[in-house]
Design a protein around this ligand. Structure first.
Ligand SMILES: NC(=O)c1ccc[n+]([C@@H]2O[C@H](COP(=O)([O-])OP(=O)(O)OC[C@H]3O[C@@H](n4cnc5c(N)ncnc54)[C@H](O)[C@@H]3O)[C@@H](O)[C@H]2O)c1
Ligand SMILES: [Zn+2]
Ligand SMILES: [Zn+2]
Length: 348
């Protein structure tokens, strides 16, 4: 079969590799019908993720069809259309039982293993360990082009942003960073009845998208952004402030927007330390949350997509085939200048 193989920083190739095959009775093999690229794949190609070594097949998001099932697999059979999420879980370890499979001890000490600790989904086929507890059946009326965004971006914005930030009816919410993850937070914040959702981004295209995805206001990032957001909340600041970029300055902006008693939900992956003004924050009765997505909200999100409440298909702006993998990466890498959000990649 063919797959996108990582060969060290800056090096990748769509090339011939051995076929994905069952290794454990709890595995299935899934033919990949739709995959996508995540910002994390770009981090890997920069050489930022040391655990990913030469020869690893990239990707941690897929929708596909089961082509082979291990003898212990009970919940899935050959021919089933399934969502392969970013997180793999055993369902039995301490963290899985606490509903935190992002830290599944069994699959690798961390739930994110595809395209990281084992071969991933940017391939014609992928081996899926712990299939019964990790895969999701895709409802007939949900398309592959919708389901693919439930593998990572949508649950991330929802779980690490909206749920961790405890958005409640009537709340005012700010989302700093309107990429796929920030837009996912914006899309799902409405489900909790936020009265105002303010998007902050430095890119005009992304701000326009944010308004399309349900933001009520768009604020350009810059020295006046905090004052602009606070003015939109009668001078109080927001109830929930969500960070979806991953830089020190954007976390500082996010923290400066929240009112006393509010919540700061950091989603961004940070590469350097951030100095927070604790001398000002300690007295504000605020909470600050952060973490890796668990993807446990997928069943809820699948129902919302199936019923039309979440227009997940809006996330895909460009479509490519497997043999155009390099073009897909080029467009995604320069997403803002290409008016791109997420790319959809299919066999043909
Ligand atoms: N916690 C998790 O489990 C998890 C999972 C997936 C992704 N992430 C992280 O979430 C973050 C967002 O991911 P994404 O895929 O949406 O990324 P993205 O690059 O598509 O989006 C980032 C957005 O931030 C905007 N931006 C850049 N600088 C800014 C600034 N100074 N002020 C305001 N906006 C600015 C960009 O224009 C862009 O729209 C990343 O850090 C990613 O690594 C976290
Ligand atoms: Zn990802
Ligand atoms: Zn586990």
């Amino acid at each position: 079969m063919k797959a996108l193989v990582y060969h060290g920083p800056g090096q990748k190739a769509w090339e011939e590799v051995p076929d994905a095959a069952i290794q454990e009775p709890t595995d299935v093999v899934v033919r990949v019908d739709t995959t996508t690229i995540c910002g994390t794949d770009l981090h890997i190609l920069h050489g930022d993720v040391a655990a990913v070594t030469d020869g690893r097949i990239l990707g941690h998001e897929a929708v596909g069809t089961v082509t082979e099932a291990g003898e212990a697999v009970k919940g899935f059979a050959v021919g089933d259309r399934v969502l392969v999420p970013a997180i793999t879980k055993c369902g039995r370890c301490e963290y899985c039982q606490r509903g935190m499979p992002s830290h599944c001890q069994t699959v690798g000490g961390i739930g994110w293993i595809f395209g990281h600790l084992i071969d991933g989904t940017q391939a014609e086929s992928v081996r899926v360990p712990y299939a019964d507890t990790s895969l999701y059946a895709v409802p007939a009326n949900v398309t592959n082009e919708q389901a693919i965004f439930l593998a990572d971006s949508l649950p991330t914005g929802y779980e690490v942003g909206v749920l961790a930030g405890q958005v409640r009816p009537g709340d005012t919410v700010a989302v700093v960073g309107a990429g796929a993850v920030g837009l996912s937070a914006i899309l799902t914040t409405g489900l909790w009845g936020a009265s105002k959702v303010i998007a902050v981004d430095s890119n005009k295209f992304r701000l326009d998208k944010a308004l399309e995805f349900g933001a009520t206001d768009a604020v350009e990032a810059g020295p006046n952004a905090a004052a602009d957001v606070i003015a939109l909340t009668d001078g109080l600041g927001v109830d929930v402030s969500i960070e979806a970029v991953g830089y020190p300055e954007t976390l500082l902006t996010t923290a400066s927007l929240v009112r006393p008693g509010g919540h700061i939900a950091n989603i961004g992956v940070h590469g350097v330390p951030v100095e927070l003004p604790m001398q000002e924050m300690w007295i504000q009765n605020v909470t600050l949350t952060m973490g890796l997505v668990d993807t446990v909200s997928i069943p809820t999100l699948l129902k919302m997509v199936a019923s039309g409440r979440i227009p997940a298909e809006k996330m895909g702006t460009h479509t490519f085939t497997f043999d155009q993998m390099d073009d897909a990466y080029d467009v995604f890498k320069n997403a803002a200048s290409n008016s791109a959000l997420k790319v959809i990649i299919t066999p043909a």
